[in-house]
Ligand binder design. Structure first.
Ligand SMILES: NC(=O)c1ccc[n+]([C@@H]2O[C@H](COP(=O)([O-])OP(=O)(O)OC[C@H]3O[C@@H](n4cnc5c(N)ncnc54)[C@H](OP(=O)(O)O)[C@@H]3O)[C@@H](O)[C@H]2O)c1
Length: 270
């Protein structure tokens, strides 16, 4: 798709990969709704808010070449009501949506015990159910018009590492959904799945894992690959070429990583 002037929603835009994607989209003169649970508290949002307050007009001046058409808004996307509100907000601000980047997500690093329905449901709601719901809402809104929907899955959607069973299952489910759902779309509508390997963000630390799997890529590199993939309408986007090569031709070699993690996880269990 042509990103120039596109109307875009980016979720999980307050940190990590989403923040880097947002940074890079600024070069395309797009209008963007950037969201997370806390994005209104970020420095960028505060600057945008004070610029808007200084302006004499309520809406941004579209002819101002220096304007930043970015709306920062907090939503908790594990709640259906907030996903609905995000779509309403984006349509109110932009009139339509050409591209939805479903990037928000989190992980647990854990042994899953005892049985806790809420705990399981919580991660699926954000990482899987909310993304699928948003993909179908995009179709509902865009009808037969062209659009792109990007779902940030994970290399963990292909193989499950010890300690990440629930997280990996949310991303594997997303992969399964994408593989089938793309056939329900018209040729000018694109469902795109992203499969990063470990990325240097706060993601693992937030999950209580202080030694994330290796190798790791930078969020900048992943964001660049995502944007290139969107421009080329790629159905599958792999920021790590080596991962793509291994999973395509030598998938059994990927199990070496699982074996290395097994030792680490056993130590954690003790
Ligand atoms: N880092 C990795 O190694 C890696 C590898 C493969 C795939 N991924 C995937 O890449 C995506 C981004 O990860 P990242 O590394 O950039 O992680 P990150 O830095 O932790 O960013 C996660 C983003 O999601 C938002 N978020 C979390 N819970 C939310 C909720 N309930 N509602 C709305 N927003 C929420 C966070 O903001 P708030 O806290 O403000 O809500 C934040 O902006 C995730 O889907 C992740 O599964 C990451």
């Amino acid at each position: 798709m042509n990103l120039k002037g596109a109307k875009i929603v980016v979720t999980g835009a307050s940190s990590g990969i989403g923040k880097e994607v947002l940074e890079r989209l600024k070069a395309y003169d797009c209008t963007i709704v950037a969201t997370s649970r806390t994005i209104e508290e970020t420095a960028e949002a505060k600057v945008a808010e004070s610029d808007a307050a200084k302006s004499s007009v309520a809406e941004p001046n579209l002819s101002d070449p220096n304007r930043e058409n970015i709306y920062y808004k907090n939503f908790d996307l594990s709640e259906k009501s907030d996903i609905d509100k995000l779509f309403d907000y984006a349509l109110e601000k932009m009139g339509s949506i050409d591209l939805f980047i479903a990037n928000a997500g989190f992980m647990y690093y854990e042994t899953i015990y005892p049985a806790d329905f809420e705990h399981i449901d919580q991660i699926f709601r954000l990482n899987t159910t909310g993304v699928i719901y948003s993909a179908v809402k995009m179709k509902e809104i865009c009808k037969e018009n062209p659009y792109n929907f990007v779902a940030v899955s994970s290399g963990f959607g292909f193989l499950s590492y010890p300690g990440y069973a629930l997280y990996c299952s949310t991303k594997a489910a997303l992969r399964g959904f994408g593989q089938g759902y793309k056939y329900e779309l018209l040729p000018n509508q694109h469902y795109q799945s992203v499969y990063p390997i470990a990325v240097k963000t706060d993601f693992f630390r937030k999950a209580g894992c202080d030694a994330p799997p290796k190798p790791q890529q930078s969020a900048e590199h992943v964001a660049k690959t995502i944007i290139r993939g969107i421009e080329k309408n790629q159905a599958e986007i792999y920021p790590s070429k080596s991962f793509w090569f291994l999973k395509t031709f030598f998938p059994y070699l990927l199990n070496l990583g699982v074996l290395m993690e097994k030792g680490k996880f056993r130590k954690k269990l003790k």
